[in-house]
Design a protein around this ligand. Structure first.
Ligand SMILES: Nc1ncnc2c1ncn2[C@@H]1O[C@H](COP(=O)(O)OP(=O)(O)OP(=O)(O)O)[C@@H](O)[C@H]1O
Length: 287
């Protein structure tokens, strides 16, 4: 089985309405990106950098102008549907009046046989903890519950790739954590995930980070390398003493900032902690 789901080779793209810009000023420029089965990719970028446009491009949406080569695995378009995208406004990706109806419609649209639909819908809603609320009107669900319903739809149809465009932007920390955990669990079960965010605190050690800045991919590599302040000759840190994170003007997660400060005080920390629990382990070593 081909392990590559999507390969973009120097793709420039402009959505409808922006095509007059020409490719030089395209909303995405010269994008090189490969997504393999089962991968986790965190896409970061500031407002207007091109994240949502990338989400649309990856989902298979039509564009006014595309240059370059784009390969997409046939599994992404079973039954002619595009890749599921969970958006910032939870309602945007919902089609049913209740979570139950939403999942059932999603299964029907994906050509799942009628007799197995109730069981599949129940299993997906149980997994995200929403079975008891399955007949509650969508408009009365909390933001987090709506996002979980959208995620249950992706679980139910076993999508090989799932794109989430700032899914936690409107959620409180607890709901954000719950949504992230559900998506990580889908990823552990084999789905590739593109998680778009502006919150670097959502990164975990080992994540692949794709940083977009002004329509271009400026970094694609392991999170640890994104915060690396010393050049290793392989191009992750292009300016000695300054990480790619700083160069591109992102706020690092708290654990990274603390590790940098420890380093400044003469306590180099390796491997670089990204999550607070990893930082705690490092501090314990000094205690
Ligand atoms: N259809 C369009 N017509 C004209 N300009 C567009 C169109 N779609 C996107 N753009 C422009 O392209 C740039 C990137 O937009 P995009 O929505 O991809 O950014 P983003 O990184 O998702 O931003 P945000 O974090 O604010 O949602 C913006 O300057 C936006 O105004």
């Amino acid at each position: 089985m081909d392990s590559i789901l999507i390969r973009l080779s120097d793709v420039s793209a402009s959505p409808f309405g922006a095509e007059d810009n020409g490719t030089q000023n395209a909303v995405l420029r010269q994008i090189r990106l490969t997504i393999a089965r089962g991968e986790w990719i965190t896409v970061i970028g500031r407002n207007g950098s091109g994240k949502s446009t990338l989400a649309k491009l990856l989902s298979g949406a039509k564009f006014a102008l595309v240059e370059g080569e784009a390969y997409r695995h046939g599994d992404l378009h079973r039954q002619g549907l595009s890749v599921p995208v969970v958006m910032q406004q939870p309602e945007a990706s919902m089609i049913g009046v209740t979570p139950w109806e939403d999942i059932v419609l999603m299964l029907e649209q994906n050509g799942v046989r009628g007799e197995v639909i109730p069981e599949a819908a129940a299993a997906a809603l149980r997994q995200v903890g929403l079975y008891a609320r399955r007949h509650q009107p969508v408009q009365s669900l909390s933001g987090g519950q709506k996002q979980l319903t959208a995620i249950a739809g992706c679980t139910a149809v076993s999508a090989p790739l799932l794109i989430l465009d700032e899914p936690t932007a409107m959620l409180d920390p607890e709901a954000s954590e719950l949504v992230m955990e559900q998506v990580r669990s889908l990823n552990r079960a084999g789905a590739a995930v593109v998680w778009i965010t502006q919150r670097l605190a959502e990164l975990r050690e080992g994540d692949r980070v794709v940083a977009i800045d002004r329509s271009e991919v400026r970094f694609d590599g392991k999170a640890e390398r994104f915060f690396e302040r010393e050049g290793d000759g392989q191009g992750a840190c292009v300016q000695e003493g300054t990480s790619m994170c700083e160069l591109l003007g992102f706020d690092p997660p708290y654990a990274v900032e603390t590790a940098w400060e420890l380093e400044r005080l003469g306590f180099p920390v390796r491997p670089l902690p990204i999550r607070p629990e990893s930082l705690a382990k490092v501090v314990m070593r000094y205690a």
